[in-house]
Ligand binder design. Structure first.
Ligand SMILES: C[S@@+](CC[C@H](N)C(=O)[O-])C[C@H]1O[C@@H](n2cnc3c(N)ncnc32)[C@H](O)[C@@H]1O
Length: 200
């Protein structure tokens, strides 16, 4: 029997080993392209937790950033590394809920896409506590929240506005928020992109 999602890396490793990865659309998240068109490309060091096969990692690396894709499943790392090599992209095995000390304060940006919604809500406070530890002073958290998945039984677990605010707004200032116009067809109108800056 599979482990419950978030209880163990065995659940996600099993998904990658079986090839059952329905979230993977074979390309980066369209809201990030829209963000770059409107705001410019993030620069410096970017961390993407739960990076899966690395589409978003390669997207930002091809724009000039140095991007680390972190994933808890060894097979996800293997899949990502087997894709088109990209000079600014690297992949690391690790748990965003317990990030290695050498990652602390190493990043200008953390980019969230379908990692938070992959975890049971009881793990969200630990996720929210980890992000500020990873950022340099003044760093940014660009988060594509899955507000309204098709099915209540996660993963993915949908998140509401009050929960987003209680998790992140104690440590971050909100700079921008909106429903992206560009999205995977199945997620159109169901996501919200928020840009936060780490408070002093
Ligand atoms: C739904 S998939 C999304 C993958 C990728 N972001 C995408 O959209 O294609 C969630 C990913 O998060 C990884 N993951 C789950 N829990 C994690 C954790 N605690 N730390 C790091 N990665 C995790 C899983 O192995 C999986 O690759």
């Amino acid at each position: 029997m599979e482990s419950a999602p978030g209880e163990s890396d065995a659940f996600w490793e099993g998904r990658w080993q079986s090839g059952h990865t329905p979230w993977d659309h074979g390309r980066p998240a369209p809201p990030f392209a829209e963000f770059v068109q409107n705001e410019g490309a993030p620069t410096g060091e970017i961390l993407i937790p739960g990076a899966g096969s690395g589409h978003d990692v390669r997207f930002f690396a091809e724009l000039g950033a140095r991007v680390t894709g972190l994933d808890i499943a060894p097979s996800a790392i293997e899949v990502a590394q087997a894709r088109n090599p990209c000079p600014g992209a690297r992949y690391m095995l690790g748990d965003i809920l317990n990030p290695a000390p050498e990652l602390h304060r190493q990043f200008d940006w953390v980019v969230e896409h379908t990692c938070l919604c992959a975890m049971e809500p009881k793990f969200w406070p630990a996720y929210a506590a980890a992000i500020p530890k990873l950022l340099r002073p003044g760093g940014h958290f660009l988060a594509l929240f899955y507000r309204n998945p098709h099915d209540d039984a996660g993963p993915p677990f949908g998140i509401d506005e009050a929960t987003i605010e209680s998790l992140f707004e104690p440590r971050f200032s909100l700079l921008k928020a909106g429903v992206p116009k560009q999205a995977y067809e199945s997620r159109a109108g169901r996501e919200e992109l928020r840009l936060y800056r780490l408070s002093d």
